[in-house]
Design a protein around this ligand. Structure first.
Ligand SMILES: [Zn+2]
Length: 210
């Protein structure tokens, strides 16, 4: 299995190919690769991303069958079954890089901000369960906007804060993940995909991965 740093580099290269519209990562056809993978999988990265249809993980990183273990949920939130999915892949396949991938113009973040500004009774309990997990990350921004980046809108700051929050939750809320980080080189990094440019910016935990 490749290291977290190599995996990160592979994702960066793939995203560069996606942005330049060059897709030549592999000469194998999907059908050949599909048959190869019958024997098992060794995904080189685990991605916790948002369900947004504009952020299909394999596409934006130009990866194919068997490359990425992807968990997608609105707002890239962390909850026990999602932590369990990360644990499963890290333990079962030895995957050493976990990326929490948020994105610009995220509807879940927008809804969480709207709900804070003007609470509504219209959300179903299940929808509310998602907003409640985003709330602790974005609520402080309403009280104390970050003076360091005044050019960013509240929504942009909330996207980043929510990514940081999810990454920290993954680092802190699982004994198994903690052990893999301390002893086995597992790294959790945060990244934001720009709908505007197609670029993925890795901005959290990247030092440690290097
Ligand atoms: Zn989203």
């Amino acid at each position: 299995m490749i290291s977290a740093l190599e995996a990160l580099e592979r994702l960066r290269e793939g995203n560069r190919r996606f942005v330049s519209d060059v897709h030549n990562r592999d000469t194998l056809t999907n059908q050949v690769r599909r048959r190869e993978l019958m024997a098992g999988q060794e995904p080189f990265a685990i991605i916790l991303g948002c369900s947004d249809s504009r952020v299909p993980v394999e596409v934006i990183f130009d990866q194919g069958l068997g490359d990425l273990f992807v968990i997608r949920v609105a707002g890239n939130i962390v909850a026990p079954p999602l932590v369990g999915s990360v644990e499963y892949a890290a333990e079962e396949f030895g995957t050493r890089l976990v990326v929490v991938l948020g994105h610009s113009k995220c509807g879940a973040i927008k809804a969480a901000l709207e709900e804070l500004a003007c609470p509504s009774k219209d959300h179903s309990p299940n929808h509310r369960a998602i907003l409640d997990r985003i709330r602790p990350a974005v609520e402080p921004l309403l009280l104390r906007p970050d003076p360091g980046c005044p050019e960013n809108t509240l929504e942009q700051q909330a996207v980043r804060t929510n990514i940081l929050n999810s990454a920290n939750q993954l680092r802190d809320e699982s004994e198994l993940i903690k052990q893999l980080i301390q002893k086995d080189g597992l790294r959790i990094v945060g990244a934001e995909y720009s709908l505007e440019t197609g670029v993925v910016d890795f901005f959290d935990g990247v030092q440690e991965a290097g």
